[in-house]
Design a protein around this ligand. Structure first.
Ligand code: AMP
Length: 590
């Protein structure tokens, strides 16, 4: 059967895929990269350059390079490259042909048919221009489909469920959001909004300006005015930006970046994720405004959305996930590579046209959020029972993420790293999966010394937690063997208990803990009640150290908690435990 390849012809990057043995497979280049930068150029000797090579010369030889041609598709214009004129369709055809040849080399046969994706907002003449580009590349374009439809197909190749999805697509140069409806297996885009001038390139520019301003203030040299240094720094900040999606702090180091008074200058700077997030927050707020506009156009509230799907390389930015979570009360899905899911969806469409069987693409994810306990603000009050997520649920495995925390006291000698899984902001309601101490901290470091905590979760569900004191490099690790199956176990238990509740049966045995002597002991107590009991024990211990008024308040709270426990008033129990918790926290500090 003749293969029908799927092509994502993107503004910044493009990709090609084909369904093989029921699954979409990406075709990669000789460096094993699945994406191809959508950049075309000519070298000084006239040789055609497509992809990475063209992209690398873009800053130093702009007159010989063309980027982001997708923005011009359908316009009756010519672009000048190396003193020759090309229509936007011709430039796009060069990219499509490169992708076709990549597929042919891997398949060792000719390919003549393709499905190509376009943004949902593309007009008819822009779709026609895309079809023409395909033909110029030697491809019969069997379908042009919308990018959000392709992304949806990757997640739901033959959904019989009726669902509404929000597809948030943030790439290198463009942003769009679509509300997609699946009804009786038919996928329809209900509304689409976006900004054709917003994406990862803008974040690179903001980060570049930030680090170059610091360098310029220190050394009196503006790296943006030196073409080679500018190009190197742009690549360095893009790399740093991408690393900041999983690392809490990144060091940018570029040796011999410039010269001053005959002396070489090196560039070295640490960038913290929170500093980077401050830079890009207002741009991301614009994307959230578009989300609201798309929902309004589709006449839907956030609660009408069943799933949030992320597309485009920049959608890996953690702040994007956080802002979507806050706005939509949904954990976005990231299990399919956001750079590749549109091309995969196009390949699935190609397979459906060809009548080839397609299976599910879904891969392993973390079903629960993993994080640590820390101090901070919870519901407007200080608490030391805050849950700070490190790897969010729905992240694809393997996953690596790090966060920076700060010591709470001057002269602090050790930090307790308590690892939990769950979704509640209060650790009391999450499940503890291990803890360890980072001991021997630098006691001269003062309050607020940085502790980096890194989580590495592998495909077997093994979680490695590493804590590092940044100033000294002091490091300790903990390995939890079955962090993911542990979660599934908890799910199964919750589901069983839920059903038991529905059928009026007594809940089954909850957590089974292994005691130090090897005997298994079961604990049927509700976690909140268990926590209250622990709290009361701690409070009684602290009464002796407290002043008269505080001691009185502790006694009063203990009595009220006992009453709430005996009447099974869980709301009051939660509220009072919080109050006692805060009071003890305050007493520990003074
Ligand atoms: P696309 O147009 O979908 O290929 O997206 C390209 C953009 O995604 C570029 O600006 C990349 O720098 C950005 N990008 C790729 N990977 C990441 C990442 N891990 N975190 C943040 N941005 C990324």
């Amino acid at each position: 059967m003749e293969p029908i390849i799927g092509i994502d012809l993107g503004t910044t990057n493009s990709a090609v895929s084909l369904v093989q043995d029921g699954k979409p497979v990406m075709f990669k280049d000789e460096r094993h990269l699945a994406t191809l930068p959508s950049v075309v150029g000519f070298a000084a000797n006239g040789q055609l350059l497509v992809g990475e090579a063209a992209r690398n010369q873009a800053l130093v030889a702009p007159e010989r390079t063309v980027k982001s041609i997708k923005r011009k598709m359908g316009q009756d214009i010519k672009v000048r490259v190396a003193e020759r004129d090309f229509s936007p369709q011709e430039i796009s055809a060069i990219i499509l042909r490169t992708l076709r040849e990549r597929a042919e080399a891997a398949l060792e046969r000719t390919v003549t048919k393709a499905v190509i994706t376009v943004p949902a907002y593309f007009r008819e003449h822009q779709r026609e221009a895309t079809r023409l580009a395909g033909e110029l590349a030697g491809l019969e374009v069997v379908r042009i489909i919308n990018e959000p439809t392709a992304a949806t197909l990757t997640y739901e190749p033959h959904s019989e469920k009726n669902e509404r999805l929000l597809v948030y697509d943030l790439g290198g140069g463009t942003f769009d959001v679509s509300i997609v409806q699946i009804e009786k297996g038919v996928i329809e885009v209900l509304a689409s909004h976006g900004d054709t001038q917003l994406g990862g390139d803008d974040f690179d520019q903001l980060l570049l300006d930030y680090v170059c301003d610091v360098f310029s203030n220190t050394h009196g040299v503006d790296l943006r005015t030196i073409p080679v240094a500018h190009s190197r720094m742009l690549q360095a900040v893009e790399r740093a930006k991408q690393q900041l999606s999983s690392e809490a702090v990144v060091t940018i180091f570029e040796e011999f970046i410039a010269e001053k008074d005959g002396q070489p200058l090196h560039f070295r700077m640490d960038v913290h994720r929170h500093a980077y997030e401050k830079l890009i927050k207002s741009l991301l707020q614009k994307t959230i405004n578009c989300v609201d506009a798309a929902l309004a156009d589709a006449k839907l509230m956030a609660s009408g959305i069943d799933r949030v799907i992320l597309v485009g390389g920049s959608s890996r930015t953690p702040l994007v996930h956080q802002m979507l979570r806050d706005q939509l009360q949904h954990d976005p899905h990231l299990e399919i590579d956001p750079d590749l899911c549109v091309a995969m969806g196009a390949a699935i469409q190609g397979a459906l046209v060809a009548g080839v069987d397609v299976g599910s693409v879904l891969i392993d994810i973390t079903p629960h959020t993993l994080g640590i306990q820390c101090s901070g603000e919870m519901r407007g009050r200080m608490s030391h029972k805050c849950f700070s997520p490190v790897i969010h649920r729905n992240a694809a495995l393997p996953a690596t993420c790090s966060e920076v925390y700060y010591t709470a006291q001057e002269g602090q000698q050790a930090a307790r790293i308590h690892v939990l899984q769950g979704e509640h902001e209060d650790v009391t309601f999450n499940e503890s999966i291990g803890e360890f101490m980072l001991e021997g901290l630098d006691t001269n470091a003062g309050e607020g010394s940085e502790i980096l905590v890194r989580f590495d979760l592998n495909l077997d569900g093994m979680l490695k937690v590493t804590a590092i004191e940044r100033s000294t490099g002091l490091e300790t690790q903990l390995t939890v063997k079955n962090a993911v199956s542990f979660c599934y176990e908890s799910d199964r238990q919750n589901a069983a208990d839920n059903l038991a509740d529905v059928f009026g049966e007594s809940p089954s045995t909850k957590w089974t803990q292994v005691d130090p002597h090897g005997a298994a002991v079961s604990d049927n107590t509700d976690p909140m009640v268990r926590n209250a009991e622990e709290l009361i024990t701690t409070a009684r211990r602290m009464i002796g150290q407290a002043g008269v008024e505080d001691a009185e308040e502790i006694r009063e709270l203990i009595n009220r908690i006992q009453v709430a426990k005996s009447t099974n008033d869980l709301d009051a129990l939660h509220e009072l435990s919080d109050q006692l918790n805060d009071l003890l926290f305050y007493l520990e500090d003074v």
